[in-house]
Design a protein around this ligand. Sequence first.
Ligand SMILES: *Cc1c(COP(=O)(O)O)cnc(C)c1O
Length: 388
Amino acid sequence: MRDWTDILTHLGEHDLPKALPIVPPIVQSSNFAYHSVADFRAAFLQELDHHLYTRGNNPTTDILRQKLAALENAEDALVLSSGSAAIAVSVLGQVQAGDHIICVQKPYAWTYKLLENFLPRFEIETTFVDGRDLAAIEAAYRPETRLLFLESPNSLTYELQDLQACAQWAQQRGVTTIIDNSYCSPIYQNPIDYGIDLVVHSGTKYLGGHSDVVFGAICGKRAMIHRLFESEFMTLGTCLSPNDAWLVLRSLRTLPLRMERCFETTQRVVAQLRQHPKVERIWYPWDDSFEQYELAKQQMRGAGGLFSVQFKADSIEQMEALCNRLSAVFPMAVSWGGHESLQVPTCVFYNMPDREAPPLPYTFVRYYVGLESADYLLKAFEEALHHL
Ligand SMILES: *Cc1c(COP(=O)(O)O)cnc(C)c1O
């Protein structure tokens, strides 16, 4: 009789499927077995090309890495447990004590915290500049500048940077470039085509697309990705679980469809809203009223579902009433890129204890347009604005 411990440990586990499954399996295993010392050694020598340990690489996350690299016209990619992890790992990989970073003004909040609060503890300084102006970037340059961090467009007021001009400037200065490309997703912008070194994503947004996974990605040249893998990525241990990677693989099947839908609906909603007498101003990069529209058309293929509005309201109370009324169709929530429309009203940040009022007026609201129909969303605006 077979030893029962052998039954429990090995029996039946090596019969691979006779036909490949249409959907890749979730390989929920922390480690991977080898049966020759030579193969085991090879896995240690080039861990990113093998499956050795899931903090490093795993068959399910590996498929996601390949797809994201290809979508960004990059040679390789890493997937991580959040967009913020992707930003932290990619930035930490470029700098050491005494170095200087140039970053665009008003980057994503946790990018700002990393650069403004965290890195100074290790004697790394950051200058924040208006990224619309290459002269401002040049003016901030120092001999110890190592990194130019871009975010184009940003996800609140949508300022762009000229990616080709920034990449050329940085190459001449020997400065590495990183861009947060979450706003466009790889469907609407590929910064590597313009010479940017590393592209990071909050995959929580469009790539995941269903508001159920938090994840991030770093895409770039193979040598840079390998360096990050061997050092910051493996040390900080911010890997993505195989389960979550599998959910994202499923989401990616519909990425272009979802992006196109958000883009089309948003254009219709913006075109209609800008006519409304209660609307003071609209921010949307794919609109001829947007000051960098020409640049947007030059380097982006579309603009997705984020836009912002400033309303004609006379008090915070009026704004709160408007947002509350809209919340049946535009619930108030952070994040974006999922199936559901959302709003982040600036008035929420007013009247907070121990917190300064934000630089934006309380009449400003950031909207995200999900997969609902334009008519349904416009009807909600019409009804809510009727009371303003
Ligand atoms: C959400 C977001 C991030 C952070 O991503 P997480 O997945 O939440 O860690 C970074 N940049 C931008 C532009 C974002 O919108």
